[in-house]
Design a protein around this ligand. Structure first.
Ligand SMILES: [Zn+2]
Length: 357
């Protein structure tokens, strides 16, 4: 297992460097210095090992993602330069005071598929509820121009509105890359491009399957063919992947469910639990399952820097140290993915950092 270190070589430090370059006054920038013209490409799910298996002849560094190693948490850190313990989006599902467990990417209740239901129900945007401000918005206040190039299917969501400014939707990757080039010619300070295809392919076929590696190879060569001139280029990812073994359905386990005070949240490989009982016994119940108290989470610095105060609605965190997934279904159906992520195995935590300037 690899514990995150928010003081260096972490996705958080990349975010801090971007904020420092565009807004100023941000510490924790690690050793990355950038100009105020940045092109950031996020290839969802492109773990370090996946990139290494897919391409040859490209130089890149190994850095680490945040914990939980999952999209909602990592993207929020990258686009707001805050640690998971600060923004409190702790997985695919997370906990909101007075509301309960929510689906973070869809800003809705986990029992439904209706996107952004909470906007209607609470009358508040996701940005207001989580009280975060994106780097793009902070940069705009300093007179810097940003554009966020995102696939059409997510371009209008509350999660997107919380993280991105001046959203420009694209329909195909060629369209997205072309738009980045055009905005580069206009001299926009901060251009972000989000690419979901590797994540979708790795969940479906597995991280090292032929379609996944081909997607990586094609995407990287397309980006490098057309990078905007005069920019600091950063190509990175939000998490890696492991090949999944088997899934344990937590919602079917009556003993487990009755030991909790409220439903768990987080991810299928990062389970945050609220209970007055001693849940360390779950280490005997499930094999290769590590249970941390929230004090241990704080001391180890899993969600913020070591010892930094965290205030979350959980007493315990459960992590598989093998390749199993622990699914808690709020509604029917689990697709039985071949690839997964969320915990702290090397393949989940290690992400690439490709830089050009
Ligand atoms: Zn992802």
């Amino acid at each position: 297992m690899i514990y995150p270190d928010y003081s260096k070589n972490n996705l958080y430090n990349v975010a801090c460097s971007i904020e420092d370059a565009l807004v100023g006054g941000k510490a924790c920038c690690s050793n990355i210095t950038l100009s105020d013209k940045i092109f950031l490409v996020l290839v969802d799910g492109m773990g370090y090992n996946i990139l290494k298996s897919a391409v040859e002849g490209i130089k890149f560094d190994k850095i680490y993602t945040v914990f939980p190693s999952t999209t909602a948490t990592a993207l929020t850190t990258l686009m707001t330069a805050t640690k998971p313990g600060e923004h409190k989006i702790l997985g695919y599902t997370t906990y909101v005071d007075k509301v309960g467990v929510i689906n973070a990417l869809k800003y809705t209740m986990p029992e439904t598929s209706e996107v952004d239901l909470l906007k209607k129900a609470l009358g508040k945007s996701m940005e207001e509820v989580f009280n975060v401000k994106s780097i793009g918005k902070k940069a705009r206040e300093k007179g810097k121009k940003s554009v966020s190039i995102l696939p059409k299917c997510i371009a209008g969501s509350e999660f997107t509105k919380m993280l991105y400014t001046n959203v420009e939707e694209y329909r195909t990757l060629w369209d997205g890359i072309y738009k980045a080039k055009i905005f580069g010619e206009k001299g926009v300070n901060f251009i972000t491009l989000y690419i979901p295809d590797v994540d979708l392919t790795a969940h479906r076929y597995g991280p090292y399957a032929e379609p996944t590696l081909r997607a990586v190879k094609d995407i990287i060569s397309m980006i490098l063919r057309d990078i905007p001139k005069g920019y600091d280029i950063i190509i990175t990812a939000d998490h890696g992947f492991i090949q999944t073994e088997n899934a344990i359905m937590l919602d079917e386990d009556k003993d487990f469910v009755s030991s909790l005070d409220s439903p768990p949240f987080g991810d299928a490989r990062a389970i945050f639990m609220r209970s007055r009982k001693d849940l360390k016994c779950l280490e005997e119940k499930f094999s290769s399952f590590k249970v941390f108290t929230i004090d241990e989470v704080k001391e180890l610095g899993l969600l913020a820097e070591k010892g930094e105060k965290i205030d979350i609605h959980a007493d315990y965190l459960g992590i598989p140290t093998d390749r199993k997934v622990y699914v808690y279904r709020f509604k029917n159906g689990y697709a039985g993915h071949k690839g997964h992520h969320g915990a702290m195995l090397e393949e989940e935590m290690e992400i690439p950092l490709i830089r050009y300037s």
